[in-house]
Design a protein around this ligand. Structure first.
Ligand SMILES: NC(=O)c1ccc[n+]([C@@H]2O[C@H](COP(=O)([O-])OP(=O)(O)OC[C@H]3O[C@@H](n4cnc5c(N)ncnc54)[C@H](OP(=O)(O)O)[C@@H]3O)[C@@H](O)[C@H]2O)c1
Length: 247
């Protein structure tokens, strides 16, 4: 499976790191605007193929991942279009359509650690997503096939969701520091608690409300904290945050 990754910044780089971690480095050719970006990746993964030429990368590959900023997508595809015959073009750029793109994918930067939540849609809504494409993104985390109409919602929950979860962790840290923990202790506690909650849901298959009941003693301190969250509009804030991107 030969892959060209056009653009190796936050997102393209996370995909490359995730794929390289699964032993795919020698099958991947990356491009960037500057040689220094390429040199950084070459140092990390000596088997990776690097080039400043987008056409060169495309000629060596069957799958072409477009991971440049949205406003550069037209320009980059224009540059490589003559070499795209028989190739599968997958764009991860947010909210940009192009007639030569076969699939739209919306991963997140946890792809670096094979923990992405990736949404995929075939550009032609009457076609199904190829197994090989599912497998490619399955290597770097979980994949969900959704209609393109759900892409922005998916992006808000997952791509942008990373930032919202970070804010939750930061808020827990602020509370922890006020109660006397050092910032690094507070970060460790918040992260481990978040990880514990996620593992609990994943392993037990419980609905969050059922898991909440397990740690909530009637008249105890957990319910006091939960009610304080409700009085402060926590639920509503999260819902409004996720829907803000749909406006
Ligand atoms: N960041 C996210 O969480 C996220 C999530 C999902 C989707 N996306 C999508 O991913 C795309 C990239 O976002 P990003 O945050 O990764 O941007 P970024 O960090 O700015 O990276 C852009 C990359 O494109 C390279 N580049 C610029 N012009 C190029 C050209 N003409 N040919 C080849 N490469 C070129 C840059 O090279 P240099 O390094 O040399 O400057 C850089 O490596 C966007 O369309 C965004 O919507 C991002």
């Amino acid at each position: 499976m030969k892959i060209a990754v056009i653009g190796c910044g936050n997102m393209g780089g996370a995909l490359v790191k995730g794929w390289c971690a699964s032993g795919m480095a020698e099958d991947i050719t990356i491009t960037a605007k500057t040689q220094s970006t390429l040199d950084t990746y070459q140092e990390l993964y000596p088997e990776l193929n690097i080039t400043l030429s987008n056409t060169d990368a495309v000629r060596r590959s069957h799958y072409v991942i477009i991971a440049v900023k949205p406003w550069l997508v037209n320009q980059v595809i224009g540059e490589i279009e003559a070499d795209l015959d028989g190739k599968v073009v997958i764009s991860v750029a947010a909210n940009v359509r192009h007639p030569r793109v076969d699939y739209y994918a919306m991963p997140n930067i946890a792809a670096e650690f094979s923990r992405s939540m990736t949404f995929i849609s075939h550009a032609d809504k009457d076609k199904t997503v190829d197994d090989a494409v599912l497998q490619l993104f399955g290597t770097i985390g979980r994949v969900m096939i959704v209609p393109e109409s759900q892409f922005t919602a998916g992006m808000m929950m997952s791509g942008c969701g990373i930032a919202y979860v970070m804010r939750m962790i930061r808020a827990m840290m602020s509370g922890g520091v006020e109660m006397g923990f050092t910032p690094s202790q507070a970060q460790e506690i918040a992260q481990q608690t978040m990880q514990g909650a996620i593992t609990l849901l994943q392993e037990s298959g419980l609905h969050p409300d059922v898991a909440i009941d397990k740690v909530t003693t009637p008249g105890g301190v957990t319910i006091k904290g939960l009610n304080e969250l409700d009085h402060s509009g926590f639920n509503s804030a999260i819902i409004r945050c996720l829907k803000a991107g749909l406006k």
